[in-house]
Design a protein around this ligand. Structure first.
Ligand SMILES: *Cc1c(COP(=O)(O)O)cnc(C)c1O
Length: 243
């Protein structure tokens, strides 16, 4: 079986090759290693292999896991921010929130950080394909609400994020990644603001995302293996920790 270090090396190679095909610098693509459902031991193993940026998508799980991993790890929140969990998510000190997916959520993040003095870095999640099962701004809604989003003084809006519809073929994601990049380009011109970061691409399609301009790819399975489906909980691991 491949180790996490082997998998990381393979993923980094794929990113470099995809960047080269697109005439991009691979250093402009940040790999976010998605650790949801995986134990802190796996994070520690990835750290030892030189991976420092990690993504979690559930607040409760992140809250249990983050304190068990050394301070060298930097954490991104990549999931949907439930309204009643935003305060806890902010307290965990995530370096970047990828999934700010509505004006209401953005307002709440702004309100809560005005209490704590933080200026959170955020990405706005766009539901490019218009899937009813997914969170995110429709492109039209984003354009309509961007002025108000920008008026929320504490939010540092650094770019856009999307999750392509599930498909067995990586190529199926390309048109959604192109759409996100083009939307970003249009908004930058229309609103005269920089939106340098594009978070797009997961295990199945990150090479295509890099070809289309991703500056952040969120990769879990290709690094840590198949997920059990259940959130990691400290109780299940305590025996290992006590050894
Ligand atoms: C779980 C998750 C990923 C990683 O998915 P893989 O297919 O395992 O690489 C990426 N982005 C988000 C938002 C996720 O929830």
């Amino acid at each position: 079986m491949n180790t996490i270090a082997d998998n990381l090396a393979a993923v980094r190679a794929v990113i470099s090759e995809a960047a080269a095909r697109a005439g991009r610098n691979p250093a402009d693509v940040e790999l976010v290693a998605v650790t949801k459902t995986h134990p802190p031991d796996s994070v520690v193993e990835a750290l030892a292999a030189g991976q420092y940026v990690f993504g979690e998508s559930r607040v409760q799980e992140a809250k249990a896991k983050i304190p068990l991993v050394s301070g060298r790890a930097r954490w991104h929140f990549i999931g949907h921010l439930q309204r009643n969990k935003i305060r806890q998510a902010l307290a965990l000190g995530f370096e970047l929130l990828h999934g700010v997916d509505s004006l209401e959520t953005a307002r709440e993040v702004d309100r809560l950080t005005s209490e704590t003095g933080v200026f959170p870095r955020v990405l706005l999640e766009v539901n490019v394909a218009g899937e009813s099962s997914k969170f995110g701004f429709s492109p039209a809604k984003l354009r309509e609400q961007l002025e108000e989003l920008l008026s929320l003084g504490r939010l540092q809006i650094e770019g856009l994020m999307t999750i392509a519809p599930f498909a067995p073929e990586a190529e199926s994601s390309r048109k959604y990644f192109v759409a996100l990049r083009e939307l970003r380009d249009q908004l930058q011109t229309e609103f005269r603001l920089p939106l340098p970061r594009l978070s797009m691409g997961m295990s199945g399609d990150y090479a295509v995302a890099v070809e289309e301009g991703a500056t952040l790819v969120r990769v879990g399975t290709a690094i840590f293996g198949t997920r059990s489906g259940k959130a990691w909980k400290p109780s299940a691991e305590s025996a290992t920790f006590d050894d």
